[in-house]
Design a protein around this ligand. Sequence first.
Ligand SMILES: CC(C)(COP(=O)(O)OP(=O)(O)OC[C@H]1O[C@@H](n2cnc3c(N)ncnc32)[C@H](O)[C@@H]1OP(=O)(O)O)[C@@H](O)C(=O)NCCC(=O)NCCS
Length: 187
Amino acid sequence: MDPSPPAPGPDTRIDLADGLTLRAYEGEADRTEYLRVVGESVEHLRPWMPWAAEHDPERLAAFLTDRAELWARGEAYSYAIVLDGAMVGSCGLHRHDDTPDGAIEIGYWLHPSVTGRGLATRAARALVEQAFRLPGVTTVEIVHDVAHHASAAVPARLGFNGDLRRPHEPTAPAETGEDRIWRLERG
Ligand SMILES: CC(C)(COP(=O)(O)OP(=O)(O)OC[C@H]1O[C@@H](n2cnc3c(N)ncnc32)[C@H](O)[C@@H]1OP(=O)(O)O)[C@@H](O)C(=O)NCCC(=O)NCCS
């Protein structure tokens, strides 16, 4: 018997208004631009993103190489955030070991030159729409350290409920050891 076909994933390219596009990473072809955008953003990412503290070109390239397989397995759907043709950040849908059944998590970061314009909120809104089209997904989560107010404002704008907290061993310099978990239920 043929193996069952892979579960359908989200769109690989999402064109939004005003020059904003989310598109799946393209492996090695994205290397130069991805290294540039991370390199220029690293001081702004370091307080909150553990991988930024120890970023190096080989690890970043490995991130790109892994994307297609993780996408195919349904574990992570990662997108470059592109504004007027230039990569300006990253976002995605992913599942961790501790992601509850039926849930998927949204993550995002932006180059510091494009914050304050609503791009992360618009990207997250588009990912919510994609997430709820995936089979079995009933809940979308956004998780961040309780002290990260800029990140909290994104799910708050989108109507998520942010009542949950849980301890989390700090992994990045600004983290306090407590996460805030925002949830949005389908419908
Ligand atoms: C988290 C992060 C992506 C938030 O970025 P952001 O620019 O604050 O978020 P948005 O792109 O949604 O922009 C929101 C701002 O744009 C304004 N805005 C303008 N137009 C808007 C629109 N159409 N929709 C929503 N907000 C809009 C909002 O009022 C808000 O302004 P404020 O910062 O003065 O309150 C950013 O701080 C970041 O990259 N941090 C480092 C990486 C990181 O920590 N990632 C998250 C880990 S949990």
